[in-house]
Design a protein around this ligand. Structure first.
Ligand code: LLP
Length: 427
């Protein structure tokens, strides 16, 4: 992994933190806390760097919108020329709402329902990455019923060794639930060739997230090449090779952003040899470093020799620390120069509700604003209403302008779907 590619959108002026040209303090005043703040320039910059690095081969970037599916973020990426990768009917709906057309959309996911497959076909998506023979048969059946041809990619499990940040985000090793087991892939192709209304277009893999080396791509591509030559011998042509997402980002001390030239050097010859268009599906690479979670300190207290900093956000907005033991850099918007060691915790009634444990950080007092960095991906999208906490606001900053692009939920929103007078039926 090489030098960082991040445009540093979060810098200090006169000791106070800004997002691009906007003081964090002003955003907190207007949008309240907790709020997710995203820098548009970071997203654009990263898009340009990745498409630039992959310039040697025909390719398309399909942003994995599970990382952050905010409509404003999606529009920004669409305007840059990105397509998207979706994994549910809801994500497909969000993508279409943000102005993407079917041709911009790859539909993936290990458990697609009949309804979702139908919706994907009706939206005329570019590619449906199929994960089992049973799914293939269902898709063929629905496509026949609709009188269309299903554009199929085979998501295979390349069964390669993956070293990454946490076991929960590894996906491409033997025995994982994702993809068609490598040894079954050719059988699935044979089945597809016999089924009506199926057009074989590609091969797909996603070896995991937050990859600490690019070796899994190399190994996975080699395995895809093995399958590709067998498939060609069976009379199919491969239009697309989709290598998934997984580009890592730096979450703070010790890590650095991926070396995109290395990534491209590794991938390009394999793609050229396959003679297909390269599809990539990174999610966090675009949005993680664009975002911070802006929160306010509520209290400080001592317990059992520990210092607790209690803030107005928690696992309901940012699950990553408690779910993956993830590290996110935390700093004061206006540091006073002193340091402390504390557990930074939220208001949720769970001992697992923490943002950082035993963290050396800026000294902060009740009322101070704090930012939790690198939270633009897998932050808001993984949030919940546990403890009846309304979802946070989302703000996009672009230069010296900013807008609340998702309003904070109200208490009314929490009960919106509950029926005052439910219809009781008798069995
Ligand atoms: N393509 C497929 C098929 C995927 O399953 C994923 C992520 C991606 C692309 C995008 O991966 P990325 O480039 O963002 O690493 N919630 C976890 C991450 C789960 C990722 C699931 N799949 C986290 O907070 O780290």
């Amino acid at each position: 992994m090489g030098e960082g590619v991040l445009t540093d959108a979060y810098a200090r002026r006169d000791g106070a933190l800004y997002c691009e040209g906007v003081p964090a303090e002003e955003i907190a005043r207007e949008a309240g806390t907790p709020a997710f703040v995203y820098s548009a320039s970071v997203i654009r910059d990263r898009y340009l760097k990745l498409t630039g690095a992959l310039g040697g081969v025909p390719h398309r970037v399909h942003y994995s919108l599970k990382a952050n599916s905010n409509r404003a973020v999606l529009k920004l990426l669409r305007q840059m020329g990105a397509g998207v990768d979706v994994v549910s009917g809801g994500e497909l709906f969000r993508a279409l709402r943000a102005g993407f057309s079917g041709r911009d959309i790859i539909f993936g996911g290990v458990g697609k329902t009949e309804r979702e497959l139908r919706e994907a076909l009706q939206a005329d998506v570019k590619l449906i990455n199929v994960e089992s023979e049973a799914e293939l048969r269902l898709l063929s059946h629905i496509a026949t019923e609709l009188g269309v041809t299903a554009p199929v990619g085979f998501r295979i499990n390349p069964e390669v060794a993956v070293a990454n940040a946490h076991a929960f985000i590894a996906t491409g090793s033997k025995g994982h639930k994702f993809g068609i087991p490598f040894g079954d892939a050719i059988g699935a192709v044979r089945t597809a060739l016999k089924l009506p209304n199926i057009r074989i277009l590609g091969l797909d893999m996603h070896v995991g997230s937050q990859l600490s080396t690019f070796d899994p791509y190399r190994a996975g591509l080699a395995r895809m090449a093995e399958l590709a030559s067998e498939m060609v011998a069976m009379g199919t042509t491969l239009k697309f090779v989709d290598i998934g997402g997984g580009l890592p980002v730096s979450y703070g001390e010790g890590a650095s952003d991926p070396d995109l030239d290395n990534y491209a050097t590794l991938i390009t010859p394999a793609i050229k040899a396959l003679g297909a268009e390269l599809l990539v599906e990174p999610g966090r690479f675009f949005t993680a470093a664009s975002g911070v979670l802006l929160t306010r300190v509520l209290y400080r207290k001592q317990s059992g020799g520990k210092t607790y900093v209690i803030v107005d956000t928690g696992m309901t907005e940012l699950l990553r620390p408690s779910h993956y033991s993830a590290y996110h850099l935390i700093e004061a918007v206006k540091p006073n120069g002193a340091r402390l060691v504390a557990d930074v915790v939220g208001p949720v009634c769970e001992t697992g509700d923490f943002l950082a444990l035993d963290r050396e950080m800026d000294d902060v007092a009740p009322g101070d604003l704090v930012v939790i960095h690198t939270t633009g991906a897998y932050g808001y999208v993984m949030s919940s209403n546990y403890n009846a906490r309304p979802k946070a606001a989302e703000v996009v900053v672009d230069g010296d302008r900013y807008a609340v692009v998702t309003a904070r939920e109200s208490y009314e929103d929490l009960v919106r779907l509950e029926q005052d007078n439910p219809t009781w039926r008798t069995a």
